[in-house]
Ligand binder design. Structure first.
Ligand code: AGP
Length: 616
C-alpha cells in the first residue's frame, strides 16, 4: 500500500504535503514525490527514490510555490523503487499529474492500447498507464478533466485511490477511490485536505468525508466539495468527525501495528490474489509462470530456502508443491544451506521466501544457488529488495509494509502465493485437472472472508484465554500434516513477543520424548481440526490429558467431542486441509499478541529482534 496526500486552499501546499507524507511513511517508504500547481498554471514535480527526507533534500532550493498539490510515498507493486517509477506521474501533455494507491490489473492491456495511439512511457508502473489514459480522454478526445477521469476509470480493472491535478486548473483536485482508502478533510476557510487515512489531516480539521467505492470527489479551493459517481450522478456527502489521535490513526485505530496487521489480513490476501485468480479466463494467472514456464515445469526438484516465519511458510509450500505439482521439494534453513556445500543442479529450481527481501542468510543461499546454475524463484513482499533483484523471476505477495516485527500478514501472504504456485504448476504439469483447480481457487477466494469472520468472532475469547497463559513458563504447540508448520509458527509468535519459551512439534512426536514435559503446569496448544488426521490428533490429546496437561484445542466448529476433552476450544470454520494453515494460524497469532499485551511487552518492537536480519 502507498500513502497519498493532497491539499488545495489558501496556504502554501508544499509544507502541508511533506508533513502529511511523514505521517504516512508507515504505509510505504521506497520512494516519494510531490506535484505543485502554481497560480500561474505552472506544474512542478519533484520525486526521488528513498524516504520523505530524501524528497525534501531533492526539492530543496527548487520552486516550491503553489496552493494546490498532491504527494505520494510509495510501496512498490509494479516497477522497481526508483525515480522514474516514483509518483506523481505526469501525462504526456504535461498538464496532468496523478498519484495512486492500489493495483491496476489490466494495465498491460491498457498500456499497449495507448502505445498504439502514440503514447510513450517513462516508467514500468501501472499508475503511469492511468495518467496517460486520462490524458488520452482529456487531450485526444477533448473531454473536460472530470469526464476524462470518469471515462478512464470505467476502463480500469483493479483497486485505486487517486488524486489528480491539472496545471490549467490550479485551484482544484479531483480524487477517486475503489477498494483503496481515501479521505477528504474539510478545512475552515474553503481549504480541502486529502489523504489515504486521517493521520495527515487530523491536525488541521476533524471534519472528514470517507470516499466510498466508485466515488469521485471534486475539491475546488474556496468552493463547495462535490461527490459524483463514474456516471457523473451526484452522491450525498457524509461528513464525520474523527476523534482519534495521530498515533492511533497510523495504526488504523488499533493499539499496535501487529494487531492492525493481523486484522488487515483479509484485505491483504485479496490484494495478494488480485489479478492472479480467475484472471485471463484461467483459474490462475501467475505472470512469473507465463514467462518462465519451461524452467519451472522441467525442474527436477524444488529447493525452498528461507528463515524464521518464512521457513514455516516454506514447510507448508513443500507439502503444497508435492501434493499438487508432484515435484520432489526440499525445505532448507538458508543459514544451514549456504554453508554445507549442498548438491545443486542446473535442473533445480530454488524458491527463496523472504518478507523483507534483505535477510542475509537467504540472500547468500540464493547467490550460492545461482553460482551453481539453479533457476531462482522469489516469493517476497518488498518490491525491488536485494533478494528479488537476485532471482530469475518470482511472485510478490502484495500485503503492504509489515511494520510489526512479528510476522503475521506476510506469513499468510506467503502461504497464499505458495498455494497459487502449486495449483498453477499442478495444472500445467497435468497433475491437477482444470476442474480441480477451479474448485481449489473457489475455496482459496473464500479464505479472506472466513478470516474476517473468524477474527471478529474469536478475538474476545482469545483475549480472555491469553490470561491463562500469562504465567506459563513453557508452552507446547502440536499439529500434524499441513498444521505441523502452523504449530511451529504459533510457538515462534509466542516466544518472540511474550518471551515465554514455546516449542512446536508434530503431534505424534510427543511420545518420543516431549511428553515427559507434560504436567498440570504445561499448557499444550493442539491444532485438532476435523481433517484426515483428526482421530490421530485426538489420541494425542487424550495422552496429554492423561498426564494432567492443560489443552487448548484449535477445533472445527461443531466438534463437540473435542470440546469434552480439551480445557478450552477455539472453533474455526471448516476449509480444505491444504488451506487450513491460513485459518489455524489466526488464533495462534491472536494468542501470542494478547499474552504479550497481558505481560506488558513491547509488542511491535520485541527485545533483541530486528524486523529484517540483514547480518549473519
Ligand atoms: C518472524 O515473526 C520473525 N520476524 C522472523 O523469524 C522472520 O520471519 C525472519 O527473520 C525472516 O525474515 P524475512 O521473511 O524478511 O526473510
Amino acid at each position: 500500500m502507498c500513502g497519498i496526500v493532497g491539499y488545495v486552499g489558501n496556504n502554501d501546499a508544499y509544507p502541508i504535503l511533506i508533513n502529511g507524507l511523514k505521517r504516512l511513511e508507515y504505509r510505504g517508504y521506497d520512494s516519494a514525490g510531490v506535484a505543485l500547481v502554481g497560480d500561474g498554471c505552472t506544474l512542478n514535480v519533484y520525486k526521488t527514490k528513498g524516504k520523505v527526507a530524501d524528497l525534501e533534500a531533492h526539492a530543496s532550493g527548487k520552486p516550491l510555490g503553489g496552493s494546490t498539490g498532491i504527494a505520494h510515498t510509495r510501496w512498490a507493486t509494479h516497477g522497481e523503487p526508483n525515480e522514474a517509477n516514483a509518483h506523481p506521474h505526469v501525462s504526456q501533455s504535461g498538464n496532468i499529474a496523478i498519484v495512486h494507491n492500489g493495483i491496476i490489473e489490466n494495465y498491460a492491456t491498457l498500456r499497449s492500447q495507448l502505445s498504439a495511439k502514440g503514447y510513450q512511457f517513462k516508467s514500468s508502473t501501472d499508475t503511469e498507464v492511468l495518467a496517460q489514459l486520462i490524458d488520452y480522454f482529456n487531450t485526444a478526445l477533448d473531454l473536460p478533466l472530470l469526464q476524462a477521469v470518469q471515462a478512464a476509470l470505467r476502463r480500469v480493472i483493479g483497486a485505486y485511490a487517486i488524486a489528480v491535478v491539472d496545471s490549467r486548473a490550479p485551484r482544484r483536485i479531483i480524487a477517486a477511490r475503489k477498494s483503496s482508502p481515501l479521505v477528504v478533510g474539510i478545512g475552515n476557510e474553503g481549504d480541502f485536505y486529502l489523504a489515504s487515512d486521517a493521520s495527515p489531516i487530523i491536525e488541521y480539521t476533524d471534519r472528514m468525508v470517507y470516499l466510498n467505492d466508485g466515488e469521485i470527489a471534486i475539491l475546488p479551493a474556496g468552493g463547495e466539495m462535490e461527490i459524483v459517481n463514474l456516471d457523473n450522478k451526484p452522491v450525498e456527502l457524509n461528513v464525520t468527525r474523527v476523534e482519534m489521535n495521530i498515533s492511533q490513526l497510523e495504526k488504523g485505530g488499533f493499539p499496535h501495528f501487529m494487531l492492525k496487521e493481523i486484522f488487515e489480513q483479509p484485505d491483504c490476501l485479496n490484494d495478494c490474489m488480485r489479478g492472479r485468480v480467475n484472471a485471463q479466463g484461467q483459474p490462475l494467472a501467475l505472470s512469473s509462470l507465463r514467462f518462465h514456464s519451461k524452467r519451472m515445469l522441467n525442474a527436477s526438484r524444488y529447493i525452498i530456502v528461507a528463515c524464521g516465519t518464512s521457513w514455516h511458510a516454506g514447510l507448508i509450500g513443500k507439502q503444497l508443491l508435492e501434493n499438487f505439482a508432484q515435484v520432489p521439494t526440499s525445505i532448507e534453513y538458508a543459514s544451514e544451506f549456504r554453508y554445507r556445500n549442498p548438491v545443486i543442479n542446473p535442473s533445480d529450481v530454488v524458491i527463496a521466501i523472504s518478507q523483507s527481501g534483505e535477510t542475509a542468510d537467504t540472500l547468500a543461499a540464493v547467490e550460492l544457488a545461482r553460482e551453481k546454475g539453479a533457476f531462482i524463484y522469489g516469493i517476497c513482499n518488498s518490491v525491488g529488495s536485494s533478494i528479488p533483484r537476485n532471482t530469475d523471476t518470482g511472485c510478490y505477495i502484495h500485503v503492504g509494509p509489515e511494520i510489526g516485527v512479528a510476522s503475521t500478514k506476510a506469513f499468510t501472504g506467503q502461504v497464499t502465493v505458495l498455494a497459487m504456485l502449486a495449483l498453477s504448476l499442478g495444472m500445467a504439469r497435468g497433475t491437477l485437472s482444470h476442474d480441480e483447480a477451479r474448485q481449489a481457487v473457489s475455496q482459496l477466494t473464500r479464505i479472506p472472508g472466513i478470516i474476517k469472520e473468524t477474527l471478529e468472532r474469536i478475538n474476545p475469547q482469545v483475549e480472555q484465554l491469553a490470561k491463562m497463559l500469562t504465567y506459563a513458563r513453557n508452552v507446547i504447540y502440536l499439529g500434524r500434516g499441513y498444521n505441523y508448520p502452523v504449530a511451529l509458527e504459533g510457538a515462534l509468535k509466542l516466544k518472540e513477543i511474550s518471551y515465554i519459551h514455546a516449542e512446536g512439534y508434530p503431534a505424534a512426536e510427543m511420545k518420543h520424548g516431549p511428553i515427559a514435559l507434560v504436567d498440570e503446569d504445561m499448557p499444550v496448544v493442539v491444532i485438532a481440526t476435523r481433517n484426515a488426521m483428526y482421530d490421530k490428533v485426538r489420541s494425542n490429546v487424550q495422552e496429554i490429558k492423561a498426564r494432567r496437561g492443560r489443552v487448548i484445542a484449535i477445533t472445527t466448529q461443531g466438534d463437540t467431542a473435542m470440546g469434552d476433552l480439551a480445557d478450552e476450544c477455539i472453533a474455526l470454520p471448516e476449509v480444505p486441509e491444504y488451506l487450513e494453515p491460513l485459518i489455524t494460524t489466526i488464533p495462534l497469532q491472536l494468542l501470542a499478541y494478547h499474552v504479550a499485551v497481558c505481560k506488558g511487552k513491547d509488542v511491535d518492537h520485541p527485545r533483541n529482534l530486528a524486523k529484517s536480519v540483514t547480518v549473519e
